[in-house]
Structures are given as C-alpha cells and as structure tokens.
Design a protein around this ligand. Sequence first.
Ligand code: G3P
Ligand code: MG
Length: 242
Amino acid sequence: MKVYAHRGYSGRYPENTMLAFQKALEAGSDGIEFDVQLSKDGEVVIIHDETLDRTTDGSGAVRNYTLAELRKLNACAQWGDTYGFTPIPTLEEYLQWAKDTHLITNIEIKSGVYFYQGLEQKCLELVKKYGLEDKVIFSSFNHSSIALLKKLAPHILCGALVENEGLGNAGYYCREFGFEYYHPGWKNLLKEDMLNCKEYNIPINVWTVNDMDILLRMCEWNVEGIITNYPDVCKIYLENKK
Ligand code: G3P
Ligand code: MG
C-alpha cells in the first residue's frame, strides 16, 4: 500500500510548504499530495484555500495577488515563530525538487470553488517540462477539471475526488469517464464502493487516514494508497504489520 503525505507532512510541519514536502520525503513517503491555485498573473501556486487568511500572514483571495506579492507572505504563519519564514511554493519549484526523488505526486486541482482559467493546462505543461508525466496523478473534486486533463493528455493519470457520502457505482463512473483512480474520504468509503471499484478495476486512494484502525481496514480492503498527515507513523505501522 502506498503512503501519500497530505499537503506534505502536514501533521508536524506547515502544510503545503517545501519544508513539509522535504519532511515527507525524509519520513519515507511514497508520494505527496498538495493543492494548486492560480495567482493574479497566472502562476501555479501551492496552497489549499482560495484565500490567504488561514495559512499565511496575508488576507484576501489568492487570485488577487501576483506571484511576487504572494512570495512575500509567510506560509508558516499559523505555526507562530516555530518555523520562521517559508514562502508559498510554486508548482515549478516543487517539480524541480521532486524530479530527482522517487516520489509520486498527487496534484489536486482546486477548482471547486473558483474555476481558474487555464489552471489545468498550466499544470500539465509544467509536469511535461520536468518529464514527470508518469509520476503524477491529478485529482479534483471538480470532475470537469480532470475530464479536461484527460482530453488534453489522455495518458495522464487522474483520480475522481469525492467528499460527503461518496459516489455510488464509483468504479463504473470512473471507467466510463476514463479516470484511473477513485479518491474518496475514508468516512464515506463503504465496502460496497470498494467492491464496485474492484469490479471495474479502479484502484482507490483514500484520504485523510490518520487513525491506525482505519489504516488497517484500508489494508484489508486492499486499497492502493492512503493520504495521511502522518506518513512515517503509517509507514512504521504497515511495516510492523507484515
Ligand atoms: O486529495 C485529498 C484531500 O486533500 C482532499 O481534501 O480539502 O484536504 O484538499 P482537502
Ligand atoms: Mg488536497
């Protein structure tokens, strides 16, 4: 089972920062999940919320600031002085770093609240630039984003993200739309959904698994991967379980 670090090693380090990505690598993660949005001048930046207020010392919408303005903000702000200053990373900065690692990268396109024009194309171009097409999985709650990616690059791997009660007949749905993966939240993944995905040969990556009882259930269900805030804890648990 693969272990993906959710927003990097976000259980112990400021989410979606290069520090959290480096720590996720050191923690033995197989992959990293993070979220992308566009700046005012069309640069792909890594940040979870559409607004800056929760995670940085800025405020307002990400899309109202240029990259140069965003880079002045501290992406560790919610941790007080613990980690000093770390800027909001760009997708390019991440890919440049990740290309020399074994990591699989799950890029979550945050287009469910605001639909950024050209975000999918820009992400794809950057992934191609760094030769990482076979080490990336795109996902989105907004399935039109991943449908667009499949249209632009049919070989690129995509996962259908769902929240709340999940999606009945998810395996069939993913197969029909050509999505290679199903990405449900663990709370809403029923055994029947898992069996449906198995029937249609759709592997499942589940988020956000921080509890070892849930991890064990996911193992028993043979899910392909889990996305967690504590990658080293999950890795150690999985190794000791063997
Ligand atoms: O991609 C899995 C997970 O990150 C989805 O939820 O809100 O943490 O982006 P969220
Ligand atoms: Mg995410």
